[in-house]
Design a protein around this ligand. Structure first.
Ligand code: MG
Ligand code: MG
Length: 269
């Protein structure tokens, strides 16, 4: 007799969740540093160097560096680049750009993974709204990450919020994931779809939630560099990500400096 194989989701003890908080906090603080460093004229490699130095200075190891041959500590994806942009000295930020910065670090064997999209100088109201909608959709997804819920309740919460805000393209084929002793673990978390499917969430499970939302089409292509994912219509994309733990008290956002308190209060979660 066959049993259908369910994805094995790593369960952390409360002590292990504390270790993941240390990794998450380092990632959160690194992104805070980079947010403040973003300005017209800085290159994505400059940002990468800052990130690597900060992570190493605080007892961490950059998890992206060397991952399947990736050459950066961060993924730096500008404008129509959605994710996985490679830091480069000749990729210089200009006023009006938006840049997604994705960063991961390992502390004592545990991973944190988080991303922000940041305006460079003055951006258009249309881009400002894209960033706001994408970030808020992530928080709606995180708020659905409660014990007893099903995995795709998070997917559905993300999609429902984005659709309520206008005609945006929600990227498919990339999404959230389990995280713990490795960066990418089972299961995948789509950013769209019906609620009520997938594993039941239990305390000690940890996930990264990461919506990618486009101004135009949801369709993507990969550049010849083998990494950079772009929108096929050349319109801008935004990407936000946090790592969180399911706890008996609700989702604890390990890569947020305040563990999500401000946003959850705003959402009434
Ligand atoms: Mg990430
Ligand atoms: Mg991730």
């Amino acid at each position: 007799m066959f049993k259908r194989r369910k994805p094995a989701i790593q369960i952390k003890t409360p002590e292990q969740v504390e270790l993941m908080r240390a990794a998450g906090l380092l990632v959160g603080r690194t992104l805070q540093l980079l947010r403040e460093a973003v300005e017209p004229g800085i290159s994505t490699l400059d940002l990468d160097r800052l990130a690597e130095q900060h992570i190493r200075d605080h007892g961490g190891v950059p998890s992206f560096l060397g991952y399947h041959g990736f050459t950066g500590t961060i993924c730096a994806s500008v404008n129509e680049e959605i994710v996985h942009g490679i830091p480069r000295p000749d990729k210089v930020l200009r006023d009006g750009d938006v840049i997604s910065i994705d960063c991961g670090a390992i502390v004592d064997g545990w991973h944190g993974d988080s991303a922000i999209t940041v305006p460079v100088g003055e951006i258009t109201p249309e881009l400002r709204k894209l960033l706001d909608v994408t970030e808020a959709s992530m928080w709606h997804g995180l708020a659905a990450g409660v014990a007893g819920a099903r995995l795709t309740d998070m997917s559905h919460a993300i999609e429902t919020y984005v659709r309520s805000q206008g005609e945006y393209g929600i990227v498919e084929g990339y999404g959230g994931h389990g995280i713990g002793t490795e960066m990418h673990m089972d299961p995948l978390i789509p950013n769209h779809g019906a609620a009520g499917h997938g594993p039941v969430l239990e305390p000690g499970m940890c996930f990264a939630v990461e919506p990618m939302v486009n101004l135009g089409t949801k369709d993507t292509a990969e550049l010849d560099d083998g990494w950079t994912v772009i929108t096929t219509d050349g319109l801008a994309s935004a990407h936000f990500e946090h790592t969180f733990a399911v706890t008996p008290e609700g989702p604890r956002v390990l890569t947020a400096l305040d563990e999500g308190k401000e946003w959850f209060a705003k959402l009434g979660a």
